[in-house]
Design a protein around this ligand. Structure first.
Ligand code: GLU
Length: 301
Protein backbone atom coordinates (compact mmCIF):
# COMPACT_ATOMS: atom_id res chain seq x y z
CA UNK A 1 0.00 0.00 0.00
CA UNK A 2 1.37 3.38 -0.97
CA UNK A 3 0.54 6.70 0.60
CA UNK A 4 -0.67 10.14 -0.31
CA UNK A 5 -0.17 13.22 1.78
CA UNK A 6 -1.17 16.78 2.53
CA UNK A 7 1.75 18.91 3.60
CA UNK A 8 0.76 22.42 4.68
CA UNK A 9 3.15 25.09 5.88
CA UNK A 10 1.79 26.41 9.19
CA UNK A 11 1.85 30.05 8.12
CA UNK A 12 -1.77 30.83 9.04
CA UNK A 13 -5.27 29.46 8.64
CA UNK A 14 -6.02 27.47 5.50
CA UNK A 15 -8.21 29.21 2.94
CA UNK A 16 -10.71 27.53 0.65
CA UNK A 17 -8.02 27.01 -2.00
CA UNK A 18 -5.89 25.07 0.48
CA UNK A 19 -8.92 23.15 1.77
CA UNK A 20 -9.89 22.20 -1.78
CA UNK A 21 -6.37 20.94 -2.54
CA UNK A 22 -6.38 18.96 0.72
CA UNK A 23 -9.78 17.49 -0.15
CA UNK A 24 -8.46 16.41 -3.54
CA UNK A 25 -5.34 14.86 -1.98
CA UNK A 26 -7.64 12.94 0.39
CA UNK A 27 -9.90 11.78 -2.46
CA UNK A 28 -6.98 10.67 -4.62
CA UNK A 29 -5.51 8.69 -1.71
CA UNK A 30 -8.75 7.15 -0.48
CA UNK A 31 -10.03 6.23 -3.95
CA UNK A 32 -6.79 4.38 -4.73
CA UNK A 33 -6.60 2.54 -1.38
CA UNK A 34 -3.65 4.55 -0.13
CA UNK A 35 -2.81 5.61 3.37
CA UNK A 36 -3.20 9.38 3.93
CA UNK A 37 -0.55 11.32 5.80
CA UNK A 38 -0.50 14.83 7.25
CA UNK A 39 2.92 16.46 7.37
CA UNK A 40 3.49 19.89 8.85
CA UNK A 41 6.23 21.68 6.91
CA UNK A 42 7.52 24.08 9.53
CA UNK A 43 11.17 24.48 8.54
CA UNK A 44 10.69 28.06 7.43
CA UNK A 45 10.45 29.60 10.88
CA UNK A 46 9.95 33.10 9.45
CA UNK A 47 6.67 31.88 7.95
CA UNK A 48 5.48 29.81 10.91
CA UNK A 49 2.61 31.42 12.82
CA UNK A 50 1.71 30.55 16.41
CA UNK A 51 -1.42 28.40 16.60
CA UNK A 52 -1.60 27.87 12.83
CA UNK A 53 -0.91 24.14 12.94
CA UNK A 54 -3.76 23.49 15.41
CA UNK A 55 -6.14 25.70 13.40
CA UNK A 56 -5.25 23.91 10.17
CA UNK A 57 -5.82 20.44 11.64
CA UNK A 58 -9.09 21.59 13.21
CA UNK A 59 -10.38 22.98 9.90
CA UNK A 60 -9.35 19.91 7.90
CA UNK A 61 -11.21 17.72 10.40
CA UNK A 62 -14.25 20.02 10.25
CA UNK A 63 -14.71 19.36 6.53
CA UNK A 64 -14.22 15.63 7.07
CA UNK A 65 -10.56 15.05 6.23
CA UNK A 66 -9.15 12.24 8.29
CA UNK A 67 -5.52 11.17 8.40
CA UNK A 68 -4.12 7.71 9.06
CA UNK A 69 -0.82 9.16 10.19
CA UNK A 70 0.37 12.53 11.39
CA UNK A 71 4.09 12.65 10.54
CA UNK A 72 6.47 14.32 12.95
CA UNK A 73 6.88 18.00 12.13
CA UNK A 74 9.80 18.69 9.80
CA UNK A 75 11.47 20.67 12.58
CA UNK A 76 11.63 17.42 14.59
CA UNK A 77 13.45 15.55 11.84
CA UNK A 78 16.61 17.58 11.35
CA UNK A 79 18.97 14.59 11.88
CA UNK A 80 17.21 12.70 9.07
CA UNK A 81 17.78 15.56 6.62
CA UNK A 82 21.37 15.95 7.85
CA UNK A 83 22.01 12.31 6.96
CA UNK A 84 20.62 12.76 3.44
CA UNK A 85 22.73 15.89 2.99
CA UNK A 86 25.86 14.07 4.16
CA UNK A 87 25.27 11.26 1.73
CA UNK A 88 24.99 13.72 -1.16
CA UNK A 89 28.02 15.66 0.09
CA UNK A 90 30.10 12.49 0.47
CA UNK A 91 29.37 11.60 -3.13
CA UNK A 92 30.63 15.02 -4.28
CA UNK A 93 27.17 16.06 -5.45
CA UNK A 94 26.95 19.28 -3.44
CA UNK A 95 28.91 22.50 -3.48
CA UNK A 96 29.00 25.58 -1.29
CA UNK A 97 27.38 28.76 -2.57
CA UNK A 98 28.09 32.19 -1.14
CA UNK A 99 25.90 34.21 -3.50
CA UNK A 100 23.34 36.73 -2.34
CA UNK A 101 20.09 37.12 -4.28
CA UNK A 102 21.59 40.24 -5.86
CA UNK A 103 24.73 38.35 -6.96
CA UNK A 104 22.52 35.80 -8.69
CA UNK A 105 20.44 38.42 -10.48
CA UNK A 106 23.54 40.29 -11.63
CA UNK A 107 25.55 37.26 -12.77
CA UNK A 108 26.17 36.66 -16.45
CA UNK A 109 24.37 33.58 -17.70
CA UNK A 110 25.60 30.88 -20.00
CA UNK A 111 23.20 30.46 -22.93
CA UNK A 112 22.16 26.93 -21.89
CA UNK A 113 21.18 27.94 -18.33
CA UNK A 114 17.43 27.38 -17.83
CA UNK A 115 15.49 30.57 -17.04
CA UNK A 116 15.53 31.36 -13.33
CA UNK A 117 18.24 28.77 -12.68
CA UNK A 118 21.35 29.43 -10.66
CA UNK A 119 24.07 30.64 -13.07
CA UNK A 120 26.76 28.44 -11.51
CA UNK A 121 28.91 31.25 -10.06
CA UNK A 122 30.24 29.29 -7.05
CA UNK A 123 30.39 25.89 -8.68
CA UNK A 124 34.04 25.91 -9.61
CA UNK A 125 35.63 27.94 -6.81
CA UNK A 126 39.04 26.76 -5.64
CA UNK A 127 39.49 25.63 -2.04
CA UNK A 128 41.33 28.91 -1.34
CA UNK A 129 38.48 30.97 -2.77
CA UNK A 130 35.95 29.06 -0.68
CA UNK A 131 38.03 29.54 2.47
CA UNK A 132 38.17 33.27 1.77
CA UNK A 133 34.43 33.55 1.16
CA UNK A 134 33.57 31.61 4.32
CA UNK A 135 35.12 34.51 6.27
CA UNK A 136 32.36 36.81 5.03
CA UNK A 137 29.24 34.76 4.62
CA UNK A 138 28.05 31.30 5.62
CA UNK A 139 27.55 28.99 2.67
CA UNK A 140 24.34 27.53 1.34
CA UNK A 141 24.74 24.13 -0.33
CA UNK A 142 23.61 23.46 -3.87
CA UNK A 143 23.13 20.29 -5.84
CA UNK A 144 25.55 20.00 -8.77
CA UNK A 145 23.45 19.10 -11.79
CA UNK A 146 24.13 18.85 -15.50
CA UNK A 147 20.78 20.56 -16.22
CA UNK A 148 19.34 17.17 -17.00
CA UNK A 149 15.88 17.10 -18.52
CA UNK A 150 13.51 15.11 -16.31
CA UNK A 151 9.91 14.10 -17.02
CA UNK A 152 7.35 13.07 -14.40
CA UNK A 153 3.86 11.69 -15.02
CA UNK A 154 0.96 13.81 -13.83
CA UNK A 155 -2.56 12.40 -13.78
CA UNK A 156 -4.07 15.76 -14.68
CA UNK A 157 -1.33 17.52 -16.65
CA UNK A 158 0.16 14.54 -18.47
CA UNK A 159 3.95 14.42 -18.73
CA UNK A 160 5.61 17.36 -16.94
CA UNK A 161 9.11 17.97 -18.25
CA UNK A 162 11.65 20.32 -16.73
CA UNK A 163 15.35 20.98 -16.77
CA UNK A 164 16.80 20.53 -13.31
CA UNK A 165 19.01 23.24 -11.88
CA UNK A 166 21.54 23.59 -9.09
CA UNK A 167 18.84 23.89 -6.48
CA UNK A 168 19.68 24.87 -2.88
CA UNK A 169 19.41 21.82 -0.62
CA UNK A 170 20.66 23.48 2.58
CA UNK A 171 20.10 27.15 3.28
CA UNK A 172 22.90 29.31 4.55
CA UNK A 173 21.41 29.34 8.07
CA UNK A 174 21.90 25.55 8.10
CA UNK A 175 18.22 24.70 7.56
CA UNK A 176 17.44 21.96 5.04
CA UNK A 177 15.74 23.50 2.02
CA UNK A 178 12.15 22.76 0.98
CA UNK A 179 13.04 20.48 -1.96
CA UNK A 180 15.39 18.33 0.09
CA UNK A 181 13.01 17.93 3.03
CA UNK A 182 10.02 17.08 0.81
CA UNK A 183 11.95 14.42 -1.07
CA UNK A 184 13.35 12.80 2.08
CA UNK A 185 9.99 12.83 3.86
CA UNK A 186 7.97 11.61 0.92
CA UNK A 187 10.33 8.72 0.33
CA UNK A 188 10.81 7.67 3.95
CA UNK A 189 7.09 7.77 4.68
CA UNK A 190 6.23 5.66 1.63
CA UNK A 191 4.55 8.45 -0.32
CA UNK A 192 4.01 7.44 -3.94
CA UNK A 193 1.24 9.91 -4.73
CA UNK A 194 1.83 13.66 -4.60
CA UNK A 195 -1.25 15.85 -4.97
CA UNK A 196 -0.78 19.59 -4.60
CA UNK A 197 -1.64 22.87 -6.29
CA UNK A 198 -0.41 23.30 -9.84
CA UNK A 199 1.78 26.29 -8.96
CA UNK A 200 4.23 23.65 -7.64
CA UNK A 201 4.22 21.53 -10.81
CA UNK A 202 7.59 22.99 -11.87
CA UNK A 203 9.17 21.57 -8.67
CA UNK A 204 8.38 18.00 -9.60
CA UNK A 205 11.15 17.28 -12.13
CA UNK A 206 13.78 18.55 -9.71
CA UNK A 207 12.26 16.64 -6.77
CA UNK A 208 12.16 13.48 -8.89
CA UNK A 209 15.81 14.02 -9.82
CA UNK A 210 16.78 14.46 -6.18
CA UNK A 211 14.75 11.42 -5.14
CA UNK A 212 16.56 9.38 -7.80
CA UNK A 213 19.96 10.52 -6.54
CA UNK A 214 19.11 9.75 -2.93
CA UNK A 215 17.07 6.58 -3.25
CA UNK A 216 17.53 5.25 -6.78
CA UNK A 217 15.68 5.60 -10.08
CA UNK A 218 12.89 3.19 -9.12
CA UNK A 219 12.03 5.26 -6.06
CA UNK A 220 11.79 8.32 -8.30
CA UNK A 221 9.69 6.56 -10.94
CA UNK A 222 7.10 5.19 -8.51
CA UNK A 223 5.67 8.63 -7.65
CA UNK A 224 2.42 9.55 -9.34
CA UNK A 225 1.76 13.30 -9.37
CA UNK A 226 -1.49 15.23 -9.65
CA UNK A 227 -1.19 19.00 -9.72
CA UNK A 228 -4.62 20.48 -9.21
CA UNK A 229 -5.93 23.85 -10.41
CA UNK A 230 -5.71 26.83 -8.09
CA UNK A 231 -8.62 28.73 -6.63
CA UNK A 232 -8.72 32.34 -7.81
CA UNK A 233 -10.65 35.47 -6.85
CA UNK A 234 -12.96 37.51 -9.11
CA UNK A 235 -9.91 39.38 -10.48
CA UNK A 236 -8.30 36.12 -11.65
CA UNK A 237 -5.67 36.32 -8.94
CA UNK A 238 -4.73 33.46 -6.73
CA UNK A 239 -6.99 33.47 -3.68
CA UNK A 240 -5.49 35.11 -0.57
CA UNK A 241 -6.56 35.99 2.95
CA UNK A 242 -7.14 39.62 1.96
CA UNK A 243 -10.00 38.49 -0.29
CA UNK A 244 -12.34 38.45 2.73
CA UNK A 245 -14.23 35.45 4.08
CA UNK A 246 -11.98 32.74 2.65
CA UNK A 247 -11.03 30.77 5.77
CA UNK A 248 -13.39 28.38 7.52
CA UNK A 249 -13.59 30.56 10.63
CA UNK A 250 -14.47 33.67 8.59
CA UNK A 251 -17.01 31.67 6.59
CA UNK A 252 -18.58 30.54 9.87
CA UNK A 253 -18.81 34.22 10.83
CA UNK A 254 -20.88 34.94 7.72
CA UNK A 255 -23.22 32.02 8.37
CA UNK A 256 -21.75 29.11 6.41
CA UNK A 257 -21.37 25.88 8.35
CA UNK A 258 -18.41 23.55 7.84
CA UNK A 259 -20.76 21.14 6.06
CA UNK A 260 -21.88 23.89 3.71
CA UNK A 261 -18.27 24.78 2.87
CA UNK A 262 -17.49 21.09 2.31
CA UNK A 263 -20.46 20.87 -0.06
CA UNK A 264 -19.41 24.01 -1.94
CA UNK A 265 -15.96 22.50 -2.44
CA UNK A 266 -17.43 19.18 -3.57
CA UNK A 267 -19.74 21.00 -5.97
CA UNK A 268 -16.76 22.91 -7.40
CA UNK A 269 -15.23 19.49 -8.15
CA UNK A 270 -18.50 18.20 -9.70
CA UNK A 271 -18.83 15.71 -6.84
CA UNK A 272 -21.98 14.87 -4.82
CA UNK A 273 -22.71 16.86 -1.64
CA UNK A 274 -22.60 15.14 1.74
CA UNK A 275 -19.99 13.31 3.81
CA UNK A 276 -16.74 12.87 1.88
CA UNK A 277 -16.92 9.09 2.02
CA UNK A 278 -19.79 9.34 -0.46
CA UNK A 279 -17.50 10.89 -3.09
CA UNK A 280 -14.81 8.19 -2.93
CA UNK A 281 -16.35 5.40 -4.98
CA UNK A 282 -17.22 7.46 -8.03
CA UNK A 283 -14.09 9.62 -7.85
CA UNK A 284 -12.64 9.91 -11.34
CA UNK A 285 -9.70 12.27 -11.89
CA UNK A 286 -10.56 12.46 -15.60
CA UNK A 287 -13.90 14.10 -14.73
CA UNK A 288 -12.38 16.87 -12.58
CA UNK A 289 -12.58 20.45 -13.86
CA UNK A 290 -9.20 21.52 -15.26
CA UNK A 291 -9.64 25.26 -15.00
CA UNK A 292 -9.09 27.34 -11.83
CA UNK A 293 -12.15 27.67 -9.61
CA UNK A 294 -13.32 31.24 -9.03
CA UNK A 295 -14.35 31.78 -5.42
CA UNK A 296 -16.26 34.95 -4.59
CA UNK A 297 -16.44 35.28 -0.79
CA UNK A 298 -20.02 35.71 0.42
CA UNK A 299 -21.10 39.25 1.33
CA UNK A 300 -21.16 40.31 4.97
CA UNK A 301 -17.46 39.50 5.37
N1 GLU B 1 4.37 22.97 2.21
C1 GLU B 1 4.12 23.34 0.84
C2 GLU B 1 3.10 24.44 0.80
O1 GLU B 1 2.31 24.57 1.72
C3 GLU B 1 3.60 22.20 0.02
C4 GLU B 1 4.63 21.24 -0.35
C5 GLU B 1 4.19 20.05 -1.16
O2 GLU B 1 3.01 19.70 -1.21
O3 GLU B 1 5.07 19.45 -1.73
O4 GLU B 1 3.09 25.17 -0.16
Amino acid sequence: MGAGRYAPSPSGELHVGNLRTAMLAWLFARSTGREFILRVEDLDTARTAAGAEEAQIRDLAAIGLTFDTVSPRQSERLPVYAEALSSLRDRGLLYECFCTRRDILDAPRAPHTPPGAYPGTCRHLSEAERAERRQHRPAAWRLATEHETVTVQDTLLGPVTGQVDDVVVQRNDGTPAYNLAVVVDDHLSGVDQVVRADDLAFSSPRQAHLRGLLYGPEAAAEVQYAHVPLVINGESQRLAKRDGAVTLSRLHDVGLSSERVRDLLLDSLRLPAGPLAGAVDGFDPAALPREPWVFEPPAGA
